[in-house]
Ligand binder design. Sequence first.
Ligand code: XIL
Length: 733
Amino acid sequence: MLLLVGSCGAWAQGLKDAYKGYFTIGVAVNQRNVTNPEQQALIVREFNSVTAENDMKPQPTEPRQGQFDFSRADRIANFCRQNGIKMRGHCLMWHSQIGEWIYKDEQGELLPKEEFFKRMREHIHTVVNRYKDVVYCWDVVNEAMTDDRNATDPYRQSPMYKIAGDEFIAQAFRYAREADPDVLLFYNDYNETDPVKSRRIYEMVKKMKDNGVPIDGIGMQGHYNIYGPKEDEIDAAITLYKTVVKHIHMTELDVRANEEMGGALQFSQEGMEVSDSLKQHLADQYARIFRVLRKHKDVIDNVTFWNLSDRDSWLGVRNYPLPFDSEYQPKMAYDYIKNMRNPEWQLPQRPARQPRPQGQQGQNQRRRGQRGQQQQRAPFNAALAFPEKPGVKEDFKPCATNLARQGYPQVNSQGYVRFRIELPEAKSVVSTIGGGGGTPLHQCYDGSWVGQTAKPEDEGFHYYHLTVDGGLVTDPGTHIYAGGARYESGIEVPAHDQDFYAIKNIPHGNMSEVLFWSESTKQMRRAFVYTPPTYGKDKKKYPVLYLQHGWGEDETSWSRQGCAGIIMDNLLAEGKCVPFIVVMTYGMTNEVRFGGLGDFTAKDFETVLVDELVPFIDNNFRTIAKKESRAMAGLSMGGMETKTITLRRPEVFGYYGLFSGGTYSPEDIKDKNQVKLIFESCGSKENPDGINSSVAALKAAGFNAVGYVSDGTAHEFLTWRRSLYQMAQLLFK
Ligand code: XIL
């Protein structure tokens, strides 16, 4: 009976049994794991290979030259001996967790090569000899290649490398081979599916082997995350490695819940809330990883999890990284691995790029057909694509700035933003929204790329674009706006005071587009002219505000992202300002290179504005054509223009406004009576002190100066919408 059950295999007990015929399944353990009876039992039930997580590393085994401490390593080795489990030895030479004595003298200087080799040989021989009976393979050299993609030298600039170049790698392998002719010797590294790094690893191993260095295998650490690497990336790395070695182990497998990857300790400990979608993401990613590993069972002979359970993981419990949770209970991921399930979500596979020989065309098509069938993708499901995060409310809605019927981007009530874009063939997609380097997007099972900002965004309007495979593109979901001297996507994060620029059922004015001849530039130029709802219906003449945009923007910016007309309509409906005309033209700012502002005189624009546009407006609209009824204001570089032009032509404008565009000082202004109002503003995240002290100085000098600081905003359009709203109420009264 027993025999029957055992041989039919239906009663696979642990992962190791399920993977009989594929590869051994290992686990990295700590002291607790091998002394706690329940954890011991779990190890014995599930695994048939053990790695010491830390206790066989250079530093713990030989903290000082010649002073070996094997107490902890022995405890693990003895547990394995008693239970008949063989060990992966980890590790003999590594730049981390190693006593400096091995490469430095007492003065702290790097040792001469010969002395360093002597010490290294002594260490390797002693450790390898001690565990010869129980260790079946060693990670001889760990992490010797650099992650710097642009580096010309492929090696990590470690002290060992500085002393001996890559000869230290060769020597380490030779010493290990001397000590044990039978053990398998591995080179081990992380980010080993990255195309640049995998090529470096491959080339190093190839060079070593060509020179007779005894390298048997490559260890792929496999510190991955729920988004990547993708199956085809893992597949490509294995396919490359197996051209140079006969043995590949996945030596340190875990799957983080955040975007970080690799063995460098830059990851955050804090991951996500363990939501259903995270559980699914994890199970799917493990299913994909194991599917590729099974496919390469000819060369993969061990897969080792880096730690027994989430409680033991170096990544912390919140990363939810392993098949066993913090209570040592198996997860959905465990089931997916053990039962060799296919992932619920199929990540899109990139089409094979290599052309095949002509004769195989028919076969090719058949294959493609099959692949097409396998790739039937589940419909997009936002609840699964965006893992829930603690503290983030699930009340995302399409942004007000989206085109009709476009579901993304979305924003929630806290200001978190989600992106989604269909780019099945892309390799990397990053949104410029979100602090630091922006927000990375991840390809999800339906081929689309999704991502969510790590923090809430400021209220108001933000420009952004997507960087796709290094190139700049706008998001097809949103309207585009002149900004940054190109068309940028725009996103509207609802502001608590958005009512003042909301479109309401009230009398609205007109935003007309006019073309005027400019003799100085010999061309027709365009301006937008806002006329209040009463304009043309009464016989009155109106004052005029000339309103300038900033660098990178144009004459459309104030009426579109600035909401200038809507703000005026709302103010008028509430009786908060007198009716006036607003004129917006292109300030010729974009001809200036960003950074070349120092040389900008606004002389050409002054001619266009004062000598060409002002007369045109006065001739074609019902204006009060005098200085007391004319204002000029501008944001940012438009503020610079406002300042220089109002000072050079004091006879033209009676009111001045600078929005995040600098300040006037009392000395700038020759005649106190030349200006009726100076308005200066900026966002609280800019330089409010500069505004406050300038306004105080102007007031002290007897000017009618008003300062305004927009709360919680930076150098962006909500600051300027609010500034217009404030200044408009003070004009022409
Ligand atoms: C980690 C251990 O898990 C941690 O406990 C320790 O603090 C640092 O090292 N690459 C390796 C492993 O080769 O030895 C590392 O282990 C993880 C990265």
